[in-house]
Design a protein around this ligand. Structure first.
Ligand SMILES: Cc1cc2nc3c(=O)[nH]c(=O)nc-3n(C[C@H](O)[C@H](O)[C@H](O)COP(=O)(O)OP(=O)(O)OC[C@H]3O[C@@H](n4cnc5c(N)ncnc54)[C@H](O)[C@@H]3O)c2cc1C
Length: 460
């Protein structure tokens, strides 16, 4: 009787470039946390399918990885697990200018898709600070959000078709290219946002938009939160469909970033409670600049805005966005805990006061930094209490998530659940929803080999 040896079979299927183990893996960046049992790097959907059939046969668990920029620990693997990286599946297969679609492999970085679209006078609107490293597969698996959700929606709204390999190696090709397709269940939505627990995304058809002909950006300062909300409504109205970003930085974020290093200019003094980046993407380059300027004058005249800077060049726009994107500088507050919540705007001010009061009661020297995609009700909250023990984490999480209860809030707006937030899923999902998630997981991955332990646990 021959004994089935998984590693030998994977090595012979995938070759030297596709199967990496032992010392070769120790230097790989993914081993920074834990060295996994092996890394597989399939070059095609068929190779991945065959590899998963082998893993399925022996119940070997696998963890899909894209650019490893995820913030919910969904991509972390343990020493017994095999990592599946899509890094060799990094081709743009087709760009159909007339249809406004792009067909890509899952390992293509987001910025490469953005650039390919722009080269053909089109735009892929998903955008975020991790654009150079995050991959389309990861963006789909996390249903990524970013800076322009207000106008274009999340990743879910940009995916027309998908190809996925299921846990048993079945290839599900659902590469729809049309916007309207109501032929039964829309299966792609099962996999978008499933964080690699239901299938591994290998290819996708994405929807492109016309390239904006104008981009106008302003940084404005506002004195109270009620005016921030009024400003969002007024800006949506005066800029009508062109408003693409409404990003708010509390003073705690703005002041920290501009004083942290000399990298940034200081477009506005650091004495205001709130700073907002307002951006409009338009289609009429001849008139949009004047329209944006008139909109800013309107906002100043209505008294909603205390001070404003209008970017006059691409370099000035970049300088404003660099302040918002400089989340790296928050590492200086380590040890820290980071959160990505959302809640209805009507509860936001009370929520923030509530958590700030609870945090400073418990840790008088704590720091709380807040910023976010306010147009989408999404806040990023960074809390530093001077310790990162499990006990401190539990206590901070209890405050941040506890205050969402009864306010219609959710524990993850865009980064996902992964490992980091799994035990709090019940704050945002009721038992019936969790039970249906478990049913889906069981149906698609009965042996539990796909990213096990992430998002939900199966009942014992
Ligand atoms: C500086 C910075 C800014 C960020 N800004 C934003 C932001 O504005 N909005 C936002 O939403 N996120 C943001 N993120 C988080 C992160 O970039 C996104 O979650 C991104 O979509 C992850 O892509 P990735 O390729 O790095 O995936 P990874 O981190 O490698 O994986 C993320 C999850 O997806 C799964 N996965 C990866 N590839 C596949 C695949 N092919 N098939 C199935 N499952 C897969 C993994 O198992 C894991 O659960 C930011 C991160 C950083 C570091």
């Amino acid at each position: 009787m021959t004994i089935f040896d998984l590693d030998t079979n994977l090595a012979s299927l995938l070759g030297d470039k596709g199967f990496i183990q032992g010392n070769a893996l120790k230097d790989h960046p993914l081993s920074a946390v834990t060295v996994p049992r092996a890394l597989i790097r399939p070059a095609s959907t068929d190779e991945l399918s065959e590899a998963l059939k082998l893993c399925h046969r022996v119940g070997q668990s696998v963890v899909p990885q894209g650019g490893r920029t995820g913030l919910a620990a969904g991509h972390l693997a343990s020493a017994e697990q095999i990592v599946v990286s899509l890094e060799r599946m990094n081709q743009i297969e087709d760009l159909d200018q007339r249809a406004g679609t792009i067909t890509v492999q899952a390992g293509v970085p987001l910025s490469v898709v953005q650039e390919a679209a722009e080269a053909k006078d089109l735009m892929f609107p998903l955008d975020m600070g991790s654009r150079g490293t995050a991959t389309i597969g990861g963006n789909i698996a996390t249903n990524a959000g970013g800076n322009r959700v207000l106008r274009y929606g999340m990743m879910r709204e940009m995916v027309l078709g998908l190809e996925v390999v299921l846990a048993d190696g079945t290839i599900l090709t659902s590469m729809n290219t049309v916007i309207k397709n109501n032929t039964g269940y829309d299966l792609k939505h099962l996999f978008i946002g499933s964080e690699g627990t239901l299938g591994i995304v290998t290819r996708a058809v994405l929807r492109l938009r016309p390239l904006a002909r104008s981009q106008n950006t302003a940084l404005v300062a506002v004195n109270d939160f009620e005016n921030v909300i009024k400003l969002l409504r007024r800006a949506s109205s005066v800029l009508s469909g062109d408003l693409s970003s409404f990003e708010v930085m509390w003073n705690s974020f703005y002041a920290h970033v501009i004083h942290h290093s000399d990298r940034h200019t200081k477009p506005l003094e650091d004495s205001y409670p709130y700073y907002i980046i307002i951006e409009a993407l338009g289609s009429d380059s001849a008139h949009d600049d004047a329209r944006f300027e008139a909109a800013m004058i309107d906002l100043l005249e209505t008294g909603l805005v205390e001070n404003a800077v209008l970017a006059k060049s691409g370099a000035e726009q970049k300088a404003i966005w660099e302040i918002r994107d400089d989340v790296e500088s928050l590492r200086a507050l380590a040890p820290l805990f980071a959160f990505d919540i959302s809640l209805p705007l009507k509860h936001m001010e009370a929520y923030v006061s509530d958590i700030e009061a609870q945090l400073s009661d418990q840790w008088p020297n704590s720091r709380t930094v807040i910023f976010g995609h306010l147009g989408d009700g999404n806040l990023h909250i960074v809390v530093s209490v001077g310790s990162d023990t499990a006990q401190s984490r539990d206590a901070v999480e209890e405050i941040i998530y506890g205050a969402l209860r009864g306010r219609g809030g959710v524990i993850s707006a865009e980064h996902g659940i992964g490992l980091a937030k799994k035990r709090h899923l019940g704050v945002s999902r009721n038992p019936e929803e969790i039970a249906l998630m478990q049913t889906l997981k069981q149906a698609l991955d009965p042996s539990g080999i796909l990213n096990p332990g992430k998002v939900i646990d199966l009942p014992k």
